[in-house]
Design a protein around this ligand. Structure first.
Ligand SMILES: Nc1ncnc2c1ncn2[C@@H]1O[C@H](COP(=O)(O)OP(=O)(O)OP(=O)(O)O)[C@@H](O)[C@H]1O
Ligand SMILES: [Mg+2]
Length: 507
């Protein structure tokens, strides 16, 4: 019995020793730093791994205040945490804190601590892991997020994501700022549309429905209207992408282009005004010429008419004299008419330059300059520029002047038609035998057959502020380039102005 007991107790002791060895093994080699600290904060025990992580030998730490391995600034914090543990034994607590190695380098650790009661008082058991890499990654992420947010703010560009399957939408801070919503509000299509200008809402909604259906990328400019009536111009660009499980998602950017639009608008207005001033100046020159040239035949006509009246009062009537005077009136009348006709020659006066011009480029430049004016008139623009066009020879500014006049006329012509009809189409094509054809097509009221030639006459205008010189000048320019300018009816409504410029005009 006694033997049996002795045997069993030595087996128990052996088992205990094995178990302790096992736990010591775990304690020593587990890649976790273990500390045991007494109630005064003095290190009672530390595992080899823990000491090595901090660059110490185990003996160097035992008997030392544990606070010595923490960053000085963090020591009060650790002290508070330890007190909390001691106040509530058995409960474990976590915290993240910075430690300092023997060589002075820093590491971030996450500690798990708990106070336990021992015969000789309380001990705090601390297990901690190195989280420096995670902290660095978090810092890097925070840093790059900060850069991104700053870049978005500076460039007035927000970003967004839109998962079609779930309808889930995310906005960046700048997107919230552009839409002027509180960042706590959940983004939805409805709140985005609510800020969309009422006139643009239907078309934006249709566009979104279409791209969601067709899974197509999109790039659109439209207006926003803030609750106080302020208007913003935005451009939204998005790409359709597939997420990990193949669901459609749009990732995009929304830019507040109000300021750049306004600048472009001012520029094109300035340009249009300049063109107008140039026209008025030309007109000033012409008025003097007209006054001078026309006065004379008119005076002669009046004299001849008075003479005829006198001949007719004679008894017998001097019909021969009357006939001669009437002949002279006809001649002088024609002369006066020719003077008016000569106005176009006057405009032609300055010889055009002979540059090699890429017409598509000239057209694109003009479109860029007038884009703000076009969208400001509620007109949507389509362009179709033919490839492989020959270069043409001529005066770039003058040719662009034609485009400007035609675009402005088209916008003015469409100002009274319903918004959905306001469409401007600008195309370039090959012209026979060798040249370029440019067409500007609108969907305004168009021109009756009777007007189709008359509109090119100087001073023909139906506009309150119009000089009626635009088309006349365009025609002079085109003809100086040996090209042709004409207008046809657009189907089902509107007008198409066409002009050609030969590749190598015999200037
Ligand atoms: N696209 C168009 N659609 C319908 N009518 C047009 C169009 N373009 C021109 N017209 C008509 O032709 C007229 C003459 O145009 P033109 O450009 O020569 O002068 P304007 O536009 O009236 O004045 P401005 O000298 O300031 O350009 C216009 O007043 C208008 O009645
Ligand atoms: Mg005009």
């Amino acid at each position: 019995m006694a033997d049996g007991t002795g045997e069993s107790s030595s087996r128990t002791e052996a088992a205990l020793r094995d178990s302790e060895a096992l736990w010591r093994e775990v304690f020593e080699h587990n890649p976790v730093m273990y500390f045991m600290v007494d109630a005064n904060g003095v290190v009672q025990s530390v595992n080899g791994f823990g000491a090595a992580q901090l660059g110490y030998e185990v003996d160097e730490l035992i008997g030392q205040p544990v606070l010595g391995v923490f960053l000085e600034a963090d020591r009060p914090f650790v002290k508070r945490k330890m007190t909390l543990c001691l106040d509530d034994p058995g409960r474990s607590r976590n915290w993240e804190v910075r430690k300092v190695r023997k060589d002075g380098s820093l590491l971030w650790v996450r500690e798990n601590a708990k106070a336990v009661k021992r015969a000789d008082g309380f001990l705090v058991l601390i297990a901690c892991e190195d989280i420096t890499e995670r902290k660095d990654a978090e810092d890097a992420l925070r840093q790059s997020e900060m850069y991104l947010a700053e870049a978005q703010r500076i460039s007035h560009t927000g970003s967004f994501g839109w998962r079609i399957a779930t309808g889930e939408i995310v906005w960046s801070a700048e997107t919230y700022r552009i839409f002027e919503y509180d960042p706590s509000l959940e983004p939805t299509l409805e709140i985005a549309l609510e800020r969309t200008h009422p006139d643009d809402r239907a078309f934006v909604r249709q566009l979104l429905e279409r791209v969601a259906r067709q899974q197509a990328n999109w790039d659109v400019e439209h207006r926003l209207m803030m609750p106080d009536g302020r208007i913003k111009d935005v451009r939204a660009v998005a790409h359709a992408v597939r997420d990990g499980v193949g669901n459609l998602e749009f990732i995009g950017a929304v830019m507040d282009v109000t300021a750049s639009h306004r600048a472009a608008q001012d520029l094109s207005r300035a340009r249009a005004e300049l063109a107008h001033v140039a026209r008025v100046t030309t007109l000033g020159e012409m008025t003097a010429a007209i006054a001078h040239e026309v006065n004379q035949p008119i005076a002669a006509m009046v004299t001849d008419a008075q003479a005829s009246l006198n001949w007719l009062r004679r008894e017998p009537v001097e019909l021969g004299e009357v006939r001669q005077a009437l002949d002279r009136i006809v001649t002088n009348g024609n002369r006066a008419a020719n003077v008016i006709g000569g106005i176009r020659d006057l405009v032609k006066k300055a010889p055009p330059r002979k540059d090699a011009i890429d017409m598509n480029q000239a057209v694109s430049e003009m479109i860029a300059l007038t884009r703000a004016e076009i969208s400001g008139s509620g007109v949507s623009l389509e362009t179709a520029l033919a490839s492989d066009l020959p270069m043409v020879e001529g005066d770039r500014i003058q040719l662009q002047q034609i485009l400007l006049n035609l675009i402005v006329n088209a916008l003015q012509a469409m100002s009274a038609v319903p918004q959905e009809r306001r469409k401007l189409r600008i195309t370039t094509a090959h012209a026979e035998p060798a040249g370029v054809l440019v067409s500007v097509q609108d969907f305004g009221p168009g021109l009756s057959t009777e007007l189709i030639e008359r509109v090119f006459a100087p001073f023909y205008s139906t506009k309150p502020g119009g000089l009626g010189m635009g088309l006349s000048i365009c025609r002079s320019i085109v003809e100086a380039h040996e090209g042709r300018l004409w207008v046809t009816a657009n189907e089902p409504y509107g007008a198409v102005f066409h002009f050609t410029v030969p590749a190598n005009p015999p200037l």
